[in-house]
Each structure stands twice: as structure tokens, then as C-alpha cells.
Design a protein around this ligand. Structure first.
Ligand code: TMP
Ligand code: MG
Length: 279
């Protein structure tokens, strides 16, 4: 924490003002899902598809090449978001076009997820169940694949009715074959009001003026930009990769930075305190 007093003040305010005013806004990949396990990288929602048996060997190689080229750009602390933005559009567009070539079936998604190595962070069940029990809206704002991430949550039995997801959703033809990705395209650095304009999501939650925001990218910090009349925001950033190079920027940007922490324990502890389950 760069400013522990500020964190303490915000957490006290969130607790005092109660659950009726609170909403949680979270990224999905590498924030709610794990970054690594036993020294191996865990897949993002895109990677779940990329690594699956429904993708041809050639397609898999091309998707891997894209990842190897664009991921270092995505996390490069020396390039600005403005510089990265067109390159992210390029990555997502190329990746989605490759996925479209593979004729993925809607009916295969559940099996693809079941056979993948995806994992939610330790403590995820407590996190989702706590928010559900206290009727706190959880908005998952993801540049990943909506159909896949929903299935991850469903299989973990945490896809409760308090959850609303905005992500890149697939569109299937009447035979259930993937034919396109729905608009607007969401990538790491346009997670803001520009892609939410048509959803009215935040307007429906206008009394929820206190926010806990969770992310793993600096692009995730704009996820709450469309919330009207914000009063208190607590931002928690997971710093998963290139920790030494990025520590300074993350500490400047997020209220709390969790370095190489594969759990939701800190967030659960804060929630427990705010929700009055802890004295
Ligand atoms: P998120 O917004 O839920 O974190 O999802 C976006 C992540 O997906 C981002 O960190 C990069 C990653 N990604 C892949 O792993 N493969 C891909 O093909 C693309 C386009 C993105
Ligand atoms: Mg992420």
C-alpha cells in the first residue's frame, strides 16, 4: 500500500455505509482466475479455447504465436495505454478470426472448460458466496470470452444471480456453430464506459455508490468510470507477472497491490470486515 491511511479511511467508510450502497466490480482473467499453479501458467478464457482439442494444430500454433508477440506488449510498463490500444485491437481481432476458422460448437464449450486447466483463485467460493448472501451486485467486466468464463463459474457452482457479466460473447448460427463475436470488441485497454453505453448496467445500480474494484491490469482501473455519483472506491490490484518492473506503477495506481498472491484472502478479509462478519 502506498497510502495505508487512505485505505483504512475507505474501508471504514464502506463498513459504515453498509451493504446496500456497495457493489463489486471485477476483472475475470488472472484476477478471479489463477495466474499460475505449481509453477505452470493457468489459462485465460481465450487460452481455454486455444489449448482445447477443437482447435487444429496449425490454429493452436498461430494463436500461441500471437500470445507470444502481444502479451509482452500488453504488460510492458514502458509503453503507454494510447500506444498499446491499437495493438490490442490487432491482437483480439486476429485471435477472434482464428477462432472463427475453427467452427467451434456451442455444445462443446462445457466439455472444453471441463477438460481445461483453468482454476479460480483460492478462496473464490467464499468470495462469491459472501457477495451472494449479502445481495451485493458483482459486475464482471472482462476482455475474455463471455461464454467460456460463464461456464467456468457455472462449473465451480458460483454463478449466482447477483452476478452480471460484460465480456466478448460468441454468436452461434442455427446449427450451433460459432459465426462471429458480438460487438463491441472489449480488450484490455477499453474497459470503460465506451463499451458499456448500451447496457444501462450502472444506471440500474445508481444507489450503489461505494465500490470495490479488483483487477490485474492497469487497464482494469477504468472499469468503474461509468458509475454515477461514486462516493468511495477501494481498488485492489493483483500484480502477477514482471513484479519488480511494474511495482512502482501498480503502487501509484492501485490502493492495495497483491504481489504473486494466488488467493482472494485479502479481499475476503476486507469483505468480512465490511459486511460485519468480523469485529
Ligand atoms: P480479462 O479482461 O478478463 O483479464 O481478459 C483479457 C485477458 O485475455 C488479457 O489479459 C489477455 C488475454 N488474452 C489471451 O490470453 N489470449 C488472446 O487471444 C487474447 C486476445 C487475450
Ligand atoms: Mg485480467
Amino acid at each position: 500500500m502506498k497510502n495505508p491511511e487512505h485505505v483504512q479511511r475507505v474501508i471504514s467508510a464502506l463498513r459504515k455505509e453498509g451493504t446496500d450502497k456497495l457493489q463489486v466490480i471485477s476483472d475475470f482473467d488472472m484476477t478471479l482466475s489463477r495466474f499460475g499453479f505449481n509453477g505452470r501458467r493457468c489459462p485465460t478464457s481465450h487460452n481455454i479455447l486455444d489449448n482445447s482439442r477443437v482447435i487444429s494444430e496449425e490454429g493452436r500454433k498461430k494463436l500461441k504465436d500471437l500470445l507470444q508477440y502481444y502479451y509482452p506488449i500488453e504488460i510492458d510498463p514502458n509503453q503507454t495505454m494510447e500506444e498499446k490500444r491499437p495493438l490490442m485491437v490487432e491482437w483480439w481481432t486476429k485471435a477472434h478470426n482464428l477462432l472463427l476458422e475453427q467452427k467451434i460448437l456451442k455444445s462443446d464449450i462445457a466439455k472444453i472448460v471441463r477438460e481445461s486447466e483453468v482454476m479460480l483463485r483460492d478462496g473464490a467460493n467464499t468470495f462469491f458466496d459472501q457477495l451472494h448472501q449479502h445481495n451485493i451486485p458483482l459486475f464482471i467486466f472482462s476482455a475474455g470470452v463471455g461464454d467460456v468464463l460463464e461456464e467456468v463459474l457455472r462449473q465451480a457452482e458460483v454463478f449466482h444471480p447477483n452476478i452480471n457479466v460484460v465480456a466478448n460473447y460468441m454468436d452461434f448460427d442455427d446449427k450451433g456453430v460459432l459465426r462471429r463475436f458480438k460487438e463491441p470488441l472489449i480488450h484490455t485497454y477499453n474497459k470503460n464506459n465506451t463499451v458499456l453505453e448500451k447496457t444501462e448496467h450502472f444506471q440500474l445500480l445508481s444507489s450503489r455508490t461505494n465500490i470495490i474494484l479488483l483487477g490485474d491490469s492497469l487497464g482494469d482501473l477504468s472499469m468503474a468510470d461509468g458509475v454515477p455519483n461514486v462516493e468511495n472506491v477501494l481498488t485492489v490490484g493483483f500484480l502477477n507477472d514482471k513484479v519488480d518492473e511494474r511495482r512502482g506503477k501498480y503502487r501509484d495506481a492501485y490502493d492495495i497491490v497483491l504481489e504473486k498472491d494466488e488467493t482472494l484472502d485479502v479481499v475476503n478479509g476486507i469483505l468480512c470486515y465490511i459486511l460485519g462478519d468480523l469485529n
